[in-house]
Design a protein around this ligand. Structure first.
Ligand code: ADP
Length: 534
């Protein structure tokens, strides 16, 4: 059994040769560095954990991935573990949220394809989190694109980031106990660790890899492997990185699954769905093969950021015992969007606007809500131009309507005000790995109406049909992805708001009292980390 086999519990044998075109292993700067002997660890020993990710709230956030990395890292730090985050130094970082930014490592040379790319590594603190930011200086301008994702060379950008991260850890002598990698963007980190850096002496770290959305797997031609110093001939097999549907292509997420010591995804239901249904997008076989090191852990919500009792972005603080104060936020939201002051619920959507999030049902919810005694507020950012155009058309249609406001774009602060001011939140996703917005909504006393999938199914329990205890019921759930199914659930929520306000208030309080903090999930991750250590 080779060393990879030992660590991952039966993954395929590592090839005997691997190539590293730019540097020979005998090169003095890669001389094997033995790691100093470490004392045996117990479950409670503080660990050194490095998160490697493409996002981390609040400085680089495109969605729930950024929230998760921040929330988990924050909770682990609060429990006494030494946590650091490595990110690309994007030009679009929220520099206003970074403290003490300075150069921490100058002159890091990273091998990439047939050249060495000169990088600097900066250090800064983002809401208490220690962050290392990798800044390459090359004609590629990898992280100076005015956005985080959506570039033609995304796979190359993040393959480079993965290589640069390991090079930085190696050169700076860091040997964390745990490397926690996220999504396809960092799928090559465990591959490079065990195929390249372990041979230079990085024998200590174990890798936990979290799948946030398997709809995006990072697929590219095999040249991508050569660029980061891997041997495609050895890697491109069905039990390693060869993609299942694109002939001859490498799949970075698959590499992350095969090479990591443990793989998680962001809810138990999604873990089951991606192993057993088409939602696995071709990864079902790989996930089933590695089932012994795979599980679902529900994300938490960072209650230091999302808390209506302390939130600096809302008009009036409130909690389950002062729910009446929530009304002040509803007034503020109406004033902000010039909606009329009428006795009707505000239905909200805060979402990326794409097919996964149920873009067509979101449009349907706008028409249905306005036609059924509600006001409708949306904050959404579209990634596809065609969908953006569709929502702009809808916005123009309702521009002067006193009961509707559609805001197209991304606005972190405004999101807080909408959570605080609205009554019902619609989340009609086609699939939803975890979904944070339903949990944030519940924290703010908003009743979610959701489709029965992934993390939505794990967190929202129907007011009428759930088998849960009365005090655990917190929303409305529908099954079919169809307009009639959405209408039926939304109709029940709107009807309750109008006819049984006390019971509606009880649903709000049930949601506010549910514990979706990072406390339980962080403990699960610590159990996983402890399980991986020898
Ligand atoms: P995703 O699939 O996009 O990661 P999640 O529900 O897991 O979805 O997380 C979405 C996160 O992004 C939440 O914190 C939500 O409040 C936030 N969000 C989504 N769209 C917007 C937007 N247009 N403006 C501000 N925040 C947004």
């Amino acid at each position: 059994m080779d060393s990879l086999d030992r660590r991952t519990g039966g993954v395929p044998a590592r090839p005997t040769s691997h190539c590293h075109p730019t540097v020979s292993r005998g090169s003095p700067q890669y001389a094997k560095r033995p790691h100093p002997a470490t004392p045996p660890q117990t479950k409670d020993t503080p660990m050194h954990i490095v998160m490697v990710a493409s996002e981390c709230a609040p400085i680089a956030k495109a969605g729930g991935l950024g929230d998760m990395v921040h929330g988990l890292a924050h909770e682990l730090g609060a429990r006494g573990h030494a946590v650091e985050v490595v990110l690309p130094k994007y030009d679009v970082l929220r520099y206003d949220r970074l403290w003490d930014l300075h150069k921490a490592y100058a002159g890091l040379w990273v091998p990439f394809h047939d050249q060495w790319i000169h990088c600097d590594v900066h250090f800064g603190i983002a809401e208490g989190l220690k962050c290392y930011l990798i800044e390459p200086h090359s004609a590629h301008r990898f992280f100076e694109r005015g956005r985080v994702y959506g570039e033609r060379d995304d796979v190359e950008r993040f393959a480079f980031f993965s290589r640069a991260t390991l090079e930085f850890l190696f050169k700076s002598g860091k040997q964390p106990d745990i490397l926690h990698c996220h999504d396809w963007q960092t799928g090559l980190v465990p591959v490079l660790l065990y195929e390249v850096y372990e041979h230079y002496g990085m024998t200590h770290p174990r890798v936990c890899y979290t799948l946030h959305n398997v709809a995006h797997q990072g697929v590219a031609g095999e040249h991508i492997l050569r660029q980061v110093g891997l041997n495609p001939r050895a890697m491109m097999t069905t039990d390693r990185l060869l993609d299942h549907s694109h002939r001859g292509a490498a799949n970075l997420m698959k590499g992350g699954i095969v090479y990591s010591n443990f793989v998680t995804t962001v809810s138990p239901r999604y873990a089951q769905e991606i192993r057993q249904t088409d939602l696995g997008r071709g990864l079902q076989h790989t996930l089933n093969l590695h089932a012994a090191k795979f599980g679902g852990i529900l994300n938490g919500v960072d209650y230091t950021v999302w808390n209506p009792e302390t939130d600096p972005h809302i008009a009036r603080h409130y909690g389950p015992l002062t729910l009446r104060e929530k009304y002040r936020n509803k007034e503020a939201l109406r004033q902000r969007f010039l909606l009329r002051d009428e006795l009707r619920p505000i239905v909200a959507v805060i979402s990326r606007l794409d097919r996964q999030k149920g873009a067509d049902l979101i449009q349907h919810a706008v028409h249905y809500s306005i036609a059924n005694d509600c006001q409708f507020v949306m904050l959404g950012s579209a990634t596809e131009p065609a969908l953006e155009e569709t929502f702009w058309r809808l916005k123009r249609q309702y521009n002067d309507h006193p009961d509707c406001h559609l805001e197209i774009g991304y606005d972190e602060e405004l999101a807080h005000l909408i959570y605080a001011g609205s009554d019902i939140k619609v989340i009609p996703s086609v699939f939803e790995p975890c979904g944070l917005t339903q949990m944030i909504a519940m924290r703010y006393g908003v009743v979610p109406v959701v489709r029965n999938t992934g993390g939505l199914a794990d967190t929202v329990f129907d007011a009428n049909y759930s088998e849960q205890d009365f005090y655990a019921r917190n929303g409305y759930v529908f099954g079919d992805y169809s307009a009639p199914a959405l209408e039926a659930a939304l109709k029940r929520a709107i009807g309750l708001w109008h006819r049984y306000p006390e019971y509606f208030a009880q649903l709000r309080v049930n949601g506010m009292r549910a514990d979706h903090s990072w406390s339980h999930p962080a403990q699960h991750y610590l159990d996983v980390y402890a399980h991986m250590r020898p």
